[in-house]
Design a binder for this molecule. Sequence first.
Ligand code: GLC
Length: 479
Amino acid sequence: MKKFIITATLLLSGFISIKAQNQYPEWLKSAVFYQLYPQSFKDSDGDGIGDLKGIESKLDYLHNLGVTAIWMNPIFESPFRDAGYDVSDFYKIAPRYGNNNDLLALLNAAHKRGIKICLDLVAGHTSDKHPWFKASAQADSNEFTHRYIWTSSKDILPGSFFIKNDFPRNGNYLKNFFDYQPALNYGYAQPDPAKNWQEPVTAPGPTATREELKKIIAFWMDKGVDGFRVDMAFSLIKDDENLVETKKLWTEVRAWFEQKYPQGVLIAEWSKPEYSINAGFHIDFMMHFGVPGYPSLFFNKWGTFKSQNPFFDKRGDGDFSDFWNNYKKQLELTQGKGYISIPSANHDFQRPNCGNRNSTQELKTVMAFLLTWPGIPFIYYGDEIGMRFIENLPDIEGSILPDGNNRAGTRTPMQWDKTANAGFSIAQKIYIPIDPAPNRPIVEQEDADKNSLLNFVKALIKLRKDNPALGNDGKVEAL
Ligand code: GLC
């Protein structure tokens, strides 16, 4: 077991210095993740939306596929204006997915099959319907007055991220993403004395937010969850040049987390491994933003984010160097400390089957690359059967981004069999349209076809497990 030391000098409220010795959980070394979009995986109660019992009923499928861990998008109570990334209660499963006991049952059933489950932690913001925010928006001071970032008067509007409102409080709040996602207050790296509403990271408000974050993590870890993917992990501390204070915050969280949950993992949505992994995350991605390179592999003229001449295109005139040069640099800066993941897709950008890259042969090529590459593979649900990105869907649960790009096409229901709604749901009306193509790929058919993408992916996962050189700690060189 390779060990490494992170010496974390942490500026806690009392200026205490902590030294943490970090090593990663053994299971990560052979982990193959599956990202599952809970609302679109399997509906067990016929309401047209996927749920936890539905997921539980498909664990054997995932086990047979060979994946060893699942990351699920947020399943907490929410008005679902941003598909659950607008949380209104961090301690409660959204009723449409089931209840807290259903999660315990799912964890138990997954663990019996050797599958770990990671949840999604929306660390930087809440819904504007969260009781904390409602309390914070009151004129009278209360426990949550400093939980969010508010200017000291409604007349102060420092930029487009501050939102004007008609709440009783005399101030405008800072958003983190959409307008209805107010930023939690973790403080400012360099508070400007002229702006008295900017608090240092050690002020009581930001300190309480940080403690609450740990409380949420502990609440679910104590129930048997195996870790978290942290949404917008880079976004917590404001005006933070080079993210110095943000990195310190995560180093502190990792030291605490590792001591309490040595088998737990923290996965960053940061897309800058040199920052995130050195700050204590076990895994970070290279994907559609952050460190450049991913789009040059996969993005063509279709999908959520359009580009041209990707490397994975049958014309073969793409260039690998943009990805490789950036990846190599990130690898050198993080080697032995954590894993970089190149995901097949995620809920924010298009799948490999997009536009004119749609043949089984091409999709097999993409999966062969992803599943023999070092780091930890993340297969986005449905990519193992070659589900298509669907163009021109309406705005569903906030799928359309402020810049107009639409994510709905990558969130359509999993295609299981030949029955109605491809076996996803028995409902008349499902919350998001299913791929209408008569020949849409389905699990049932691919399972029975030895030349299918699904069986190819299964074989690749097995090959990876059987050959350490092709595994998570394998070495790679571009020729
Ligand atoms: C992350 C999520 C995305 C969400 C946003 C705001 O980027 O992946 O789906 O809309 O954060 O929480």
